[in-house]
Design a protein around this ligand. Structure first.
Ligand code: ADP
Ligand code: ZN
Length: 215
């Protein structure tokens, strides 16, 4: 499949992508993960991106497009891909459209995970992430804590709160989402590409997305 996952931070884009990956081998491409890996590795891109990310602001479109132009042409994308956290602005969506045309690829759909603000706000403030970049398993202090506090069940690395998951940065990310990313819902609806899913339980949400993709 070749899809875009839309929805506010905390809607479950990463979890849905991870589960869908098992169904047909499409790669999960999360711009947030790629950026965090660059920050950790201290690359030029990481140095430029970090100041925006820590405030919950968007990284400039051009940096994202340079990064994605390379990523979308890597060999593993041939089987299909799920874009998580990208595009995030109308200019990114326009640039993605041009890029895909150039490399002769057509998207199947844009899937909007339509989850209410109070739900995602609660999820984000209680979310914790495995610090190991190869793992990045997501936990929740209320609903899904690691078996040993602060330690990843899968790899034993520290489980941390992301630096952009302070309350202030979270509120800012939601505002940035409403202003800059939510307009993409109408953008893809106008292209006849939009599908929507809204289940609150993650396993039901994954099923709902799969059903929508079949129709
Ligand atoms: P979220 O949980 O907010 O969806 P992500 O992991 O997708 O978080 O992104 C974290 C941060 O990385 C964003 O707040 C933003 O600073 C930056 N980022 C990720 N993807 C993009 C993008 N497509 N354009 C601009 N900035 C991005
Ligand atoms: Zn881990």
């Amino acid at each position: 499949m070749r899809i875009i996952l839309l929805g506010p931070p905390g809607a479950g884009k990463g979890t849905v992508a991870n589960q869908l990956k098992a169904t047909d081998g499409s790669v999960h491409i999360s711009t947030g993960d790629i950026l965090r890996n660059n920050v950790k590795a201290g690359t030029d891109l990481g140095k430029k991106a970090k100041e925006y990310m820590d405030k919950g602001e968007l990284v400039p479109d051009q940096l994202i497009m340079d990064m994605m132009e390379v990523r979308l042409q890597e060999a593993d994308c041939a089987k299909g891909f799920m874009l998580d956290g990208f595009p995030r602005t109308i200019p990114q969506a326009d640039a993605l459209g041009k890029l895909l045309e150039k490399i002769n690829i057509k998207l199947d759909a844009a899937i909007n995970l339509d989850i209410p603000r109070e739900v995602v706000l609660d999820r984000l403030t209680t979310r914790r992430t495995c610090n190991n970049s190869a793992c990045q398993t997501i936990y929740n202090v209320k609903t899904n804590p690691p078996k040993v506090e602060g330690k990843c069940d899968k790899c034993g690395s520290p489980v941390i709160q992301r630096s952009d998951e302070t309350e202030e940065a979270i509120l800012n990310r939601l505002e940035v989402y409403n202003k800059q990313t939510a307009p993409l819902i109408e953008y893809y609806a106008n292209k006849g590409m939009l599908k929507s899913a809204s289940k609150l339980k993650l396993d039901e949400l994954v099923q709902e997305v799969l059903n929508k993709l079949k129709n």
